[in-house]
Design a protein. Sequence first.
Length: 84
Amino acid sequence: MEKLSNLPNIGPILEKKLIEARVKTPDDLKKLGSKEAFLKIKNIDESACYNMLCALEGAIEGIRWHNLSDHKKKDLKKFFQDMN
């Protein structure tokens, strides 16, 4: 089984949080999408932040989160702000 930590932006801590949130494989993450995966993490970890959301999206796209398009970053920022 492929590990989440093989994806960009997913280190051991974020991998552990994803697994705790029942997102166990890269396929699980891709099927769920960054926003839903983030909500699952947020339910078990109040400290989940905007950068984590971007990291998840970057992992799905196969790129470092810093390289997300401006449009995507704005969309994720709005999603994150609307949650709070």
